[in-house]
Design a protein around this ligand. Structure first.
Ligand code: RRO
Length: 300
C-alpha cells in the first residue's frame, strides 16, 4: 500500500485529522499511530489558548458539533513537551498551524519548521470557531502567508479550506503561491439549538459541524477541485469506513483523513487501513494511486 509523494514515503493514504484526537492525551495505548499514513496535531497558535467557554463538543448520531475555539498549549510548549513524545514514532508527523494574524502564521511556521521530524505543515486557514479565523477567503492573506512560509521551508505545505462557498478561486491562489496539497475540508459552520432552554447550545451561537452529515458536501468540493486543478488533495469529512475513503479517492483525493469518526470508535482509522489494503489486494493493485480521480474519467 505504500507510496511516495514529494520524496516522502507513506505507509498508506490514511491520515489522522487535526482536532478530535488533540495531542493524544486520551488515546495513549489505544490508537496505533504507526499503522497510519500520517498523524496531524491539533492546530497551534503562538500562545496557549484555553478556547471557548464550555460546552465545546456535542456528539449526535450523524453530526458532531464543536465550538472548541482553538484550545492548544501554544507553539513553545508543543515543541518542549509534545513533540518530544511523538518525534520517534515511525509515521509521518504533520503540524497544523493557526494564528490570529497573517504574521503570527509566519512566526509559528518559522519555529515549527526547525523540527526535523515534522514532515509536512498544514496551514489552518479555516477555523470556524474564532472571529477572523477564515483566512482562506482572502486572496491577499493566502498570498502573503504562502509567499513568506514558502521562503522558510521546502517541506510540503498543506492549505486547509472551509468547504463553504465558492472556494475554487482561493484554492487556485494557494496553488499559484506554492501550496503542495489542499485539505478539503474543515468543518462547515452550523447551528445547534438547545430546545429545553430555547437558546443556542453553544455560547458563540454558531459552531463547526462534522461527522457523517458532511460527506456529500465535501466530496463535491473534492470532485470540483480535482476536476479544475488535478492537484494533490486530502479528503476529510464523514469518513467512517473504507467505502467512504474510496468515494473520496475516486473523486480525486490522494489522502483520506479521519476526524470525528474516532469519537464513535477510535479504531476506525486503523480499520480503514486494513480494509483498504484488502480492497487493493482483491483488485490486484499495489497502492491506491491509479484510483485517484477515477470517477472523473470520461465524466466531463
Ligand atoms: O478549535 C476549533 O474550534 C476548531 C478548529 Br481550530 C478547526 O479548525 N475546526 C473546527 O471544527 N474546530
Amino acid at each position: 500500500m505504500k507510496f511516495k509523494f514529494l520524496n516522502i514515503e507513506f505507509k498508506n493514504p490514511v491520515i489522522l485529522a487535526s482536532g478530535p484526537w488533540w495531542f493524544g492525551e486520551e488515546y495513549e495505548g489505544k490508537i496505533d499511530y504507526e499503522k497510519l499514513g500520517a498523524i496531524t496535531f491539533k492546530s497551534l497558535t503562538k500562545n496557549e489558548r484555553i478556547g471557548n467557554p464550555p460546552p465545546n463538543i456535542l456528539i449526535e448520531d450523524y453530526v458532531v458539533y464543536n465550538s472548541v475555539g482553538l484550545r492548544n498549549p501554544g507553539v513553545d510548549r508543543f515543541i518542549s513537551d509534545i513533540y518530544e513524545k511523538f518525534k520517534n514514532l515511525d509515521t509521518i508527523l504533520i503540524v497544523s498551524i493557526a494564528g490570529h494574524s497573517e504574521d503570527e502564521f509566519i512566526e509559528n511556521f518559522e519555529k515549527l519548521s526547525k523540527l526535523d521530524k515534522i514532515s509536512m505543515f498544514e496551514l489552518n486557514l479555516s477555523c470556524p470557531n474564532v472571529s477572523g479565523g477564515l483566512f482562506c477567503f482572502s486572496k491577499q492573506s493566502i498570498k502573503y502567508i504562502l509567499e513568506n512560509v514558502r521562503a522558510i521551508s521546502k517541506k510540503p505545505i498543506i492549505v486547509k479550506f472551509s468547504p463553504e462557498g465558492e472556494i475554487l478561486p482561493f484554492i487556485e491562489t494557494s496553488l499559484n503561491y506554492g501550496a503542495d496539497i489542499i485539505n478539503l475540508a474543515n468543518s462547515p459552520i452550523g447551528l445547534k439549538i438547545d430546545i429545553e432552554n430555547r437558546k443556542p447550545f453553544f455560547h458563540r451561537v454558531f459552531c463547526g459541524y462534522s461527522g457523517k452529515a458532511v460527506k456529500p458536501l465535501i466530496l463535491k468540493k473534492v470532485y470540483e477541485t480535482y476536476r479544475a486543478f488535478k492537484c494533490p488533495i486530502i479528503g476529510l469529512g464523514g469518513i467512517f469506513d473504507y467505502k467512504d475513503a474510496l468515494e473520496y479517492i475516486f473523486s480525486g483525493a490522494l489522502f483520506v483523513s479521519v476526524g470525528s469518526a474516532i469519537y464513535y470508535d477510535y479504531k476506525i482509522p486503523e480499520k480503514i487501513v486494513i480494509d483498504l489494503e484488502n480492497y487493493l489486494k482483491e483488485n490486484k493493485l499495489e497502492n491506491h494511486l491509479e484510483l485517484v480521480g477515477i470517477a472523473l474519467r470520461d465524466s466531463f
